[in-house]
Design a protein around this ligand. Structure first.
Ligand code: AVJ
Length: 317
């Protein structure tokens, strides 16, 4: 496969430091970005194919159905920036319909995984200018230059409802940051919608136990990378819908009272005590549009499926 021409490392993982401060807090919580080492990224891709995990296939269907209309809004010679790019499956549906793209800038925290995905994409689009950025997209990363005047616009792509990992306040900050980065262009963003809690519960408690493995991989990663020690079967996966806050919460719950030891420091867990690993906020279409407008976007067309499970929004920056 063709080598990828441009690589920028903008963040060295602060996993050890962040895990220590997570464990020293009460209640304990850590950023879900640490799920995504090679193992976690691979598990997440398997989650996306689960029958219970409706977001991926619903969003892919929307991209297939309405991709031409979306490419029209993106316009010719655009620079497409994908936040949290992963396997690049969704962006393929846009790239196939875009006219003479100026470049594609995928940002992802999982370096080896991103570069492999870029090499495969480059093989399919030999002329596409791919400029991967390895880093944390929640930080203001240094982006390659925007298209010059008279060329296309800069457009962001943020699929999968990854925005749901942010609290509404953080989501507002992220949207405000991207609205500045993308000024004059737009953002195409996938947002998961409020729905029957039973459907949500099933999506985060799948029968194959993949979501559980994905969640538990955070501590397995700490064991692999940092020599973290904890009891075998000391923790279990817990995921539930917090209706008042309109979010799925994922936790790692201690099964008994035991001690986890990280780099010589002991952290004790009581039975039932948790490390909160992820929030996945759900929005109404109107609620999300209002948030986007507050962040400095003009809310444009919205696409949703017949069941109103998932939405894609065009936001004018
Ligand atoms: C990648 C954050 C959108 O919240 O649904 C999937 C991650 N966690 N199953 C989500 C996830 C458990 C996913 N996002």
């Amino acid at each position: 496969m063709t080598p990828v021409p441009f690589l920028k490392i903008v963040e060295k993982s602060g996993f050890a430091a962040d895990l220590h401060s997570a464990l020293a807090q009460q209640p304990r919580h850590i950023s879900p970005k640490y799920f995504y080492d090679d193992m976690g990224s691979a598990l997440f891709e398997q989650i996306c194919a689960l029958p219970e995990y409706y977001p991926t296939r619903t969003e892919l269907a929307l991209l297939r159905l309405h991709g031409a209309e979306m490419a029209e809004l993106i316009g010719p010679q655009a620079q497409l920036i994908e936040y949290g790019a992963g396997a690049l499956n969704k962006v393929r549906l846009l790239l196939a319909r875009m006219l003479r793209p100026h470049g594609f800038v995928p940002i992802d925290i999982s370096g080896p995984h991103l570069l492999q995905a870029c090499a495969a994409l480059q093989a399919e689009h030999p002329l596409l200018n791919i400029q991967p950025v390895v880093g944390d997209f929640t930080q203001a990363v240094d982006l390659p230059g925007a298209p010059s005047r008279g060329e296309g616009q800069r457009v962001g792509f943020f699929p999968g409802s990854s925005i749901g990992n942010f609290t509404p306040t953080q989501a507002l900050e992220f949207l405000a940051l991207t609205a500045e980065q993308l000024r004059g262009g737009g953002l195409l963003i996938g947002v998961d919608l409020i729905k029957d809690p039973d459907l949500l519960h099933a999506a985060y408690n799948d029968s194959q136990g993949l979501t559980a493995r994905f969640n538990l991989n955070l501590l397995e990663r700490a064991r692999r990378e940092l020599g973290c020690e904890f009891a075998a079967d000391g923790f279990r996966h817990s995921a539930f819908y917090n209706a008042p806050l309109q979010r799925i919460e994922m936790h790692l719950m201690s099964m008994r009272s035991h001690v986890l030891s990280l780099q010589g420091i002991d952290y004790s867990f009581e039975t039932g005590e948790t490390l909160h690993t992820e929030n996945s906020y759900k929005y109404s279409i109107a609620g999300f549009r209002a948030l986007a407008e507050r962040a400095g976007y003009r809310a444009g067309p919205v696409w949703t499926d017949a069941q109103n499970w998932f939405s894609l929004h065009w936001l004018q920056a």
